[in-house]
Design a protein around this ligand. Structure first.
Ligand SMILES: C[S@@+](CC[C@H](N)C(=O)[O-])C[C@H]1O[C@@H](n2cnc3c(N)ncnc32)[C@H](O)[C@@H]1O
Length: 228
C-alpha cells in the first residue's frame, strides 16, 4: 500500500512518469487484499487514476458503455443509470456522449467520489462498501446498472450480483466486466456460476458476452488475458 502511494504521488510531480511506473501501481491494485484495503488504495490513487489508466489505454469503460448502448432501445434522455464502483466517472462520461443523462454513482472510495462529483455528471453519489453495505438504491429503479473494472478478486464480492439485479427495472440491463487473467480465474468462474444461477431462476437472461483481448495494455505475463 505504502509503495503504491509513494509511486502515485511521485507521478504527480514527475512529468517522466512512465508505463512501467503505472504498471507497478496496477499490479499493487490487483493484489488480493480485503475490500476496505482496496478502497484505501483507490483513495491514494484517485488524483492520478485517470492519467495513469490513460497511459495503459484502459478501454473497459468505453467498451462497456458501447456494449450496453448498442442494446438499449428505450428513451436515453429519461433512462436511469446506476454506475456501480463509478470511480472518477469514466463510464458515465462515455454514456453521456451516447445520449444518456441521468446518472447515480456509488463507490467505496471517498476520494474517487470527490473527483466524480467534480465532473458534474451525477445526480447522486453515495459512498458504499459493496459486499458490506447494501447497495443504496430501491428495488427495480434503474434502466441500466453497470459495473466496470471492479468485479475481480479482492475488489467487489460476488454477493453483490443479486443486488445489482434487484436494482434493475424489469426489462433493464445489467452490464458487468471482469478480467480473465490467471490471478482472477477462480473469481471469474464463480461469477459465471452466479450468472447462470440467476438465469436458472429466470431472474434475467443473457444478452451477450464479449471477450476482449486488449482492454488495457498488459502489465505482466500474468496479467495478459481477456476481459468481458
Ligand atoms: C478500477 S476502478 C474502476 C472505476 C470506474 N468504474 C472505471 O472503470 O474507471 C475500481 C473502483 O472500484 C471501487 N471499489 C473496489 N472495491 C470496492 C468495494 N468493495 N466497494 C465499493 N467500491 C469498490 C474502487 O474504489 C474504484 O473506484
Amino acid at each position: 500500500m505504502a509503495d503504491a502511494w509513494s509511486q502515485t504521488t511521485t507521478g504527480m510531480a514527475n512529468s517522466s512518469w512512465t508505463f512501467s511506473d503505472v504498471r507497478n501501481v496496477i499490479l499493487s491494485a490487483h493484489k488480493n487484499t480485503g475490500a476496505q484495503d482496496k478502497v484505501g488504495f483507490y483513495d491514494t490513487w484517485a488524483e492520478n487514476y485517470e492519467q495513469d489508466v490513460a497511459l495503459l489505454d484502459y478501454r473497459a469503460p468505453l467498451l462497456a458503455a458501447e456494449c450496453v448502448s448498442s442494446f438499449f432501445r428505450g428513451d436515453r434522455e429519461k433512462a436511469a443509470v446506476l454506475d456501480v464502483a463509478c470511480g472518477t466517472g469514466l463510464v458515465s462520461a462515455h454514456l453521456k456522449k451516447m445520449g444518456f443523462r441521468h446518472f447515480v454513482g456509488i463507490d467505496g472510495s471517498l476520494k474517487m467520489l470527490e473527483l466524480a462529483k467534480k465532473t458534474g455528471l451525477y445526480q447522486q453519489l453515495t459512498q458504499c462498501l459493496l459486499g458490506q453495505d447494501e447497495v443504496p438504491v430501491k428495488s427495480e429503479t434503474h434502466d441500466i446498472v453497470i459495473i466496470v473494472g471492479a468485479l475481480s478478486v479482492g475488489h467487489v464480492p460476488l454477493t453483490v450480483i443479486r443486488e445489482l439485479w434487484d436494482a434493475t427495472k424489469p426489462g433493464g440491463y445489467v452490464c458487468m466486466t471482469t478480467r480473465g487473467n490467471p490471478d482472477n480465474r477462480e473469481y471469474k468462474a464463480e461469477l459465471e456460476q452466479m450468472i447462470r444461477a440467476l438465469e436458472e431462476e429466470q431472474k434475467w437472461s443473457r444478452v451477450t458476452v464479449v471477450e476482449v483481448e486488449e482492454w488495457e495494455k498488459a502489465v505482466s505475463e500474468q496479467d495478459s488475458g481477456p476481459g468481458f
